[in-house]
Write a protein that binds this ligand. Sequence first.
Ligand code: AMP
Ligand code: TRP
Length: 328
Amino acid sequence: MNSKPVILSGMQPTGQLHLGNYEGALKNWVSLQDKYQMFLCVVDWHALTSDFNDTAPMQDRIFQTAVDYLAAGLDPAKCAIFVQSDVKEHAELHLLLSMIVPTPWLERVPSYKEKVESLGLDSYGFLGYPLLMAADILLYKANAVPVGKDQLPHIELTREVLRRFNALYGPLFPEPEGLMAEFPVIPGIDGRKMSKSYGNDIRLADSEEDTIKKIKKMLTDPQKIRRGDPGRPEICPVFALHKVYNPGLDEIQAGCTSGALGCVDCKMKLAGYLNESLRPLRERRKELVNNKKYVINILEGGAERARQKAGSTMSQVREAMHLKRPDV
Ligand code: AMP
Ligand code: TRP
């Protein structure tokens, strides 16, 4: 028996991951893998809540996401890395929880309200998105769930639903905690939050040349037009990335503020540090991409381990809800 506390976390298979995903999630997972029993799920069913009309790229996106997990240093011996749809128990628990959750609990989740308006999503499955997430978490009786701030309302909903379950059918689920770490929001090349959907991202999979090209295009302080003009590092996205990747920040800060350092040189320095820091990960990534069978085997092995835990939880759930036929 593994007595370590359990972590469950997940990410949608958006395809190749970017620096924001790496700094804001993956790196943290890697640092937790020795202390926790980890289940890391590529949530393909969640992706369908918005991308149901274009499923052709799904398998490649799942593969690319898994490759980035492994390249970042997640060790399949320590964590079960798996695809949500390979473990059908997620669907069963989601269905059972849907019977006990009042719809207003789902309608008031902030991400629901926002996306109904901004993306026009109106499906039944989309309303159930946070409940599917609750099922992901509860199936593994997770003690902790490392996520970004935007996901906290979903963890709160998970707690409310499990309290209702425990009250109705007997105590089965422990209350999970959101494991928050303070991460910088990584800006993209246009200065907005780095995000694939904005097309402003730098990917782990990008070549060093592409990384340099993207950084050259980055937005800087609009008041600093040429070398000699003093700049304001605190509002510059290039400086925000220096903070993450450059160990000698003072030199950049002083050079920018005085004007002595031009933006082109500042960007080239950043590209150098960034490429150097990502080099080992990118080497591993190349090997993994060429070794498809190895990656798929890891996902299948992960699903096998996930199914053991999920299967044992579901058998307790069925018993608690009197859905198990008695022995005759
Ligand atoms: P997403 O698929 O965009 O929800 O990203 C998955 C996870 O990556 C999020 O929960 C965050 O932890 C992290 N993440 C995404 N974009 C950024 C960003 N620009 N800066 C920091 N973290 C990010
Ligand atoms: N909703 C999460 C996101 O968009 C992804 C997710 C699905 C998740 N199931 C989860 C995260 C379970 C943590 C635990 O980022």
